[in-house]
Write a protein that binds this ligand. Structure first.
Ligand SMILES: Nc1ncnc2c1ncn2[C@@H]1O[C@H](COP(=O)(O)OP(=O)(O)OP(=O)(O)O)[C@@H](O)[C@H]1O
Length: 244
């Protein structure tokens, strides 16, 4: 169980408030779609939840353990359990898919390992197993720069899992993908929740959140205005977050 109590976030020396008093709780196995108009704070919320941004105030607990109390970014111990997937995953283009999976993501793996690319041999088997599960075995030795957008997203998901992420925050993970690749990425994420108890929070267009997520959060001007189970939004709900 992850508990968020009164998360506040501002920028520009606290002049501009981006997230306001966001409180919620969620559990293993949930796939949550975050919807809202442009600028409503979706990316900021994801980065705060994945401990990639400093909180101005609020409390964050995981299974009763305090991650953040009264603001801050939390410790490396918790940061390494979260993955933050960007729209265009930042893979090393000249390194293979396998190597990208092995050496990990900023915030999740130590700097020395990312620079040198040093890996342990048992990690190699784990990474190959993960790539196989995601239908990427034939891409393991292809340079990341030569992969399609959907393949890159799936490599980034594998990388997160190999490095022990239990919580994945995905910022518009299917932007720019063709419908088939988008479906594959979202089905992959949904399977991780259903079968492995991972938690995924993803900023998505409303129609995709309605179709793939078990729960939907609606943000408007930094406030969590909607928190409903995954289903079609009513007209009133859409109007409450100005998505009509
Ligand atoms: N570092 C920053 N400095 C100043 N303003 C910022 C900063 N980060 C975000 N903002 C502003 O905060 C608001 C929320 O931004 P955020 O990217 O979280 O929204 P979003 O809902 O993800 O938007 P979009 O759907 O367009 O990606 C926007 O008005 C944005 O311009």
């Amino acid at each position: 169980m992850i508990n968020v109590n009164r998360l506040n976030k501002s920028v520009d020396g606290r002049k501009k408030q981006i997230l306001r008093e966001v409180s919620t709780r969620f559990e293993q196995g949930e796939m949550i779609g975050v919807v809202g108009p442009s600028g409503s704070g979706k990316s900021t919320l994801l980065r705060c939840l994945a401990l990639r941004e400093k909180w101005d105030g609020g409390e964050y607990t995981w299974d009763g353990e305090t991650v953040i109390a009264g603001g801050g970014t939390g410790s490396q111990k918790y940061r390494s359990r979260c993955a933050y997937l960007e729209q265009n995953p930042s893979l090393y283009p000249e390194r293979t898919a396998l190597k990208n999976v092995l050496i990990g993501q900023v915030g999740q793996t130590p700097l020395i390992r990312r620079i040198t690319g040093m890996v342990r041999s048992d990690d190699y088997m784990g990474a190959m197993d993960e790539l196989e599960k995601f239908g990427l075995l034939d891409k393991a030795h292809v340079k990341a720069g030569k992969l399609s957008g959907g393949e890159r997203q799936r490599v980034a998901i594998c990388r997160a899992l190999v490095h022990g992420a239990g919580f994945i925050a995905a910022d518009e993970p299917v932007v720019g993908l063709d419908p088939q690749s988008a479906e594959r990425v979202l089905t992959t994420l949904r399977t991780l929740c259903a079968e492995q108890g991972k938690i995924v929070v993803a900023a998505l267009p409303m129609e995709l959140a309605e179709r793939y997520c078990s729960r939907i959060w609606g943000l408007y001007e930094g406030e969590l205005k909607l928190d409903i189970s995954g289903r079609r939004l009513t007209g009133e709900e859409k109007r409450s977050i100005e998505l009509v």
